[in-house]
Design a protein around this ligand. Structure first.
Ligand code: NDP
Ligand code: PMR
Length: 401
């Protein structure tokens, strides 16, 4: 056989591939799209063709045009409700890599879902969708940068313009800055991890509630916010320092801006790893608060999950190289918490579409046989009073109240 196995595992070497007419520079990462190894064979697969096209800077079969900020991929989208297909619609934030992309692929391949990929890098998302072979009419890329409240609002407008009735929202995107010495900020001046992972999604989910609850004759309407074991201090993983802790939320109340207040939710010194774990606690608290506020009134199901340790994703792109080399085998052979991107994608896709995972207010996890179960959250991540306070402060910060 002429097959060669190309190990395209981390680290993804990123490079600037081309400059497009609008002046947007596309950064392409030929990293492991779904798993760590990609077979490059004679009569190459769509995946390997697309990946090598990206690498060799050759254009893909059809040209990709950047739509400029916040324009939907489907420029011919009518402004009235689309009745042409019977598919359900799911928005997945951060669908350009890792868990989001793997989930988008599973749902697109099922033939039952149209996936709106809410991504900050239009070209990367379009390329990723093509590289994993998502059918052309199964997805739309719409620009959304969660680190800008204006971009989130623009995204919501564009979704409404597309006319697709919305069934499910998956808040999946995240950044993790474990090696940052100094804080970084969103466009609105919030510390970047909590600003993106929590506040961006908080605004998005709140705005889209209106659209999700207005869908008629459908019981499968869900809002899913991806959580994590590392935000739960009732686990070993959650006890690896620095531990998540929101304290009395004084830093958040001050705006996380590093000027009037601390950049950390609890008012402490900047720590990128802690900020990420804190943001995951916020994600899990937000899901429960949404359940309490909206489930009975709207029938919408709210859920969070820990999909397993997907040690190969871009989440660890800013970690030390040594960590990125050792982390996958450590999780595979020592903690046994490792899951592939494909497996994690199947899990999140279940939370989106499986009729048996319809219970609201649940934090889903999977056992070693890959069976789902309702998991327990840590004390802080299930503290209803804290959830309410978090909600009220977050509403103010994103100008919803
Ligand atoms: P990846 O880095 O592969 O995916 C994160 C995605 O978020 C990327 O598509 C990235 O876009 C996107 N993103 C980052 N910042 C923004 C922004 N400002 N606006 C829009 N999109 C943005 O990581 P994972 O797939 O691992 O992470 C997905 C989710 O899974 C996260 O919520 C993470 O917390 C969670 N999780 C991951 C675990 C793991 O072990 N990996 C374990 C538990 C939970 P781009 O492609 O442009 O960089
Ligand atoms: Mg952790 C015992 C099980 C277990 C599991 C399931 C994880 C998942 N981790 C476990 C244990 C340990 N980890 C132990 C014993 C250590 C000390 C050696 C350890 C270390 C560690 C580090 C340094 N682990 C990490 C890091 C990270 O930088 C990751 C992180 O915290 O990101 C926020 C991480 C993770 N461990 C996990 C998972 C899922 C992560 C990624 C975190 C996430 O996506 O939320």
């Amino acid at each position: 056989s002429t097959c060669a196995v190309a190990a395209l595992s981390s680290p993804p070497t990123s490079f600037t591939s081309e400059r497009v007419t609008s002046g947007i520079t596309a950064s392409v990462q030929p990293s492991a799209f779904l798993g760590t190894k990609i077979s490059v064979c004679k009569g190459a697969s769509v995946l390997s063709r697309a990946v090598s096209a990206s690498i060799s800077r050759q254009p893909l079969v059809a040209p990709i045009r950047a739509q400029g900020v916040a324009a939907p991929a489907d420029t011919k989208a009518p402004t009235t409700t689309k009745k042409t297909d019977t598919k359900s619609t799911v928005i997945i934030t951060g669908a350009s890599s890792g868990l989001g992309l793997a989930t988008a692929k599973v749902l697109a391949d099922s033939g039952e879902w149209h996936v709106i990929m809410a991504c900050r890098d239009f070209l990367k998302a379009e390329r990723a969708a093509r590289a994993v072979g998502m059918p052309k009419d199964s997805y739309t890329v719409i620009h959304c940068d969660l680190s800008s409240l204006n971009s989130v609002k623009q995204f919501v407008d564009n979704v409404r313009q597309s006319g697709r009735p919305l069934d499910v929202l998956v808040c999946n995107a995240a950044v993790y800055l474990p090696t940052a010495k100094e804080p970084r900020y969103t466009a609105d001046g919030f510390e970047l991890s909590v600003g993106t992972n929590h506040l961006g999604h908080f605004l998005l989910a709140n705005m889209l509630m209106e659209d999700i609850q207005h869908k008629e004759n459908d019981t499968n309407r869900r809002v899913i916010i991806v959580g994590s074991i590392t935000g739960n201090t009732n686990t070993i993983a959650g006890n690896v320092p620095p531990k998540a802790n929101l304290g009395d939320l004084r830093g958040l109340a001050g705006g996380l801006d590093g000027v009037r207040s601390s950049v950390m939710i609890d008012g402490g010194e900047f720590d990128g790893a802690k900020a990420y774990k804190d943001s995951k606690v916020c994600n899990m608290l937000t899901m429960q608060e949404m359940h309490r506020r909206f489930h009975e009134k709207t029938g919408v199901t709210f859920a969070s999950l820990y999909p397993g340790c997907i040690a190969t994703t871009g989440l660890f792109r800013e970690h030390y190289q040594l960590f990125r080399t050792l982390f996958p085998p450590f999780q595979k052979y020592i903690t046994k918490g490792y899951v592939s991107e494909e497996e994690a994608g199947k899990r999140l896709a279940q939370v989106v579409s499986d009729p048996t995972l319809n219970k609201s207010g649940v934090y889903w996890s999977w056992n070693n046989q890959s069976n789902s179960f309702e998991n327990e959250l840590s004390q802080e991540a299930s503290d209803a009073e804290k959830a309410k306070k978090l909600w009220e402060i977050s509403e103010k910060l994103v100008n919803l109240s």
